[in-house]
Design a protein around this ligand. Structure first.
Ligand SMILES: Nc1ncnc2c1ncn2[C@@H]1O[C@H](COP(=O)(O)OP(=O)(O)OP(=O)(O)O)[C@@H](O)[C@H]1O
Length: 284
């Protein structure tokens, strides 16, 4: 769907490139996660792919053709849900959607989308009366408004309660099942695990790692087991590698001789991998 080669970009007022020679592909029908700490250039990359920023070097191909060769028809094919919802606060949700609908030649069934995200009964309320979560859900509906082929989503579930986050994730999965392609940025690694087919970790304007969540866990993973047991009046905790565990005399001895309190296997989470690959914690 997209082939990005040697992409570089510098904001006119900055001295340094924000995007420093990145190359990657987004395949047709996949959910691709663009991850990394704050300020590494995820949104900038999205904006370049959406044609909201120009003046890059390198090449972006969309459906095999240079992105620069597309005119306004490109915007018929992409849906954009950025993190900060922008709506007309004096208009109702329905009026907002009807306004944006006029920008497109083909549009989705708005009532159906509003029902899915639980806003249908609130469609005649002014946005000024909407809660933060309602605005986020409306923003998502807006991204889906033009029946896009590609969805660009920036933190789509951030700020939603678990029930509404689940609804949005289900719609994203359905979108993919129906052939849609998604570029997602999020700091929520559980969402990544659940949604993404492949992920790229960005660090300092470059791509540090690109793979499937499963392969990343295998590559960076450790396989260990924690055993807590009673020894005299104390609780003792020992950690053993899962490899050749059956031959580990110390482990076998504990299992045979001691009163076991807990026993848990451990694996690297995407959160751990995030820190290893990018060198920073997500909150830095
Ligand atoms: N309009 C702009 N002009 C100049 N510099 C900018 C502009 N927009 C972003 N930047 C800078 O470019 C860098 C990358 O920003 P970007 O928004 O792409 O990061 P990000 O990875 O999406 O971060 P976050 O996770 O916080 O959204 C940052 O250093 C930011 O300050």
């Amino acid at each position: 769907m997209y082939k990005i080669s040697n992409l570089r970009f510098k904001y006119p007022k900055n001295k340094e490139d924000t995007i420093k020679d990145i190359s990657f592909e987004i395949k047709d029908g996949e959910i691709f996660g663009l991850l990394g700490p704050s300020g590494v250039g995820k949104s900038t990359t999205q904006k370049l792919l959406i044609k909201l920023l120009s003046g890059y070097s390198g090449e972006i191909l969309y459906q095999g053709k240079d992105l620069n060769s597309y005119g306004n028809n490109y915007f018929e094919e992409v849906g954009v849900g950025f993190e900060m919802p922008v709506h007309f606060s004096k208009l109702t949700a329905e009026e907002n959607l009807n306004f944006f609908k006029k920008l497109y030649s083909s549009t989705a069934n708005i009532d159906e989308l509003l029902k899915r995200v639980g806003l249908y009964d609130h469609r005649n309320k002014k946005i000024a009366q909407y809660s933060k979560g309602m605005k986020i859900r409306l923003n998502f509906v807006r991204a889906m408004l033009n029946n896009p082929k590609v969805l660009f989503l920036d933190e789509p579930t951030n700020g939603l309660d678990p029930k509404n986050a689940r609804i949005i994730k289900e719609i994203i999965k359905e979108f993919k099942e129906q052939g849609g392609t998604v570029l997602l940025t999020t700091h929520l690694m559980n969402d990544v695990d659940e949604l993404c087919d492949r992920v790229a970790f960005m660090a300092e304007g470059k791509i540090a790692e690109i793979s499937t969540p499963k392969d990343l866990k295998l590559k960076y993973g450790f396989r260990e087991v924690d055993v807590e047991y009673r020894e005299e009046d104390r609780t003792v905790k020992s950690t053993f590698s899962l490899d050749n565990l059956g031959d580990n005399k110390e482990f076998i001895n504990i299992i045979k001789e001691k009163e076991i309190i807990t026993i848990h296997s451990k694996e690297n989470t995407l959160d751990d991998i995030f820190i290893k690959v990018t060198g920073v914690t997500k909150d830095e």
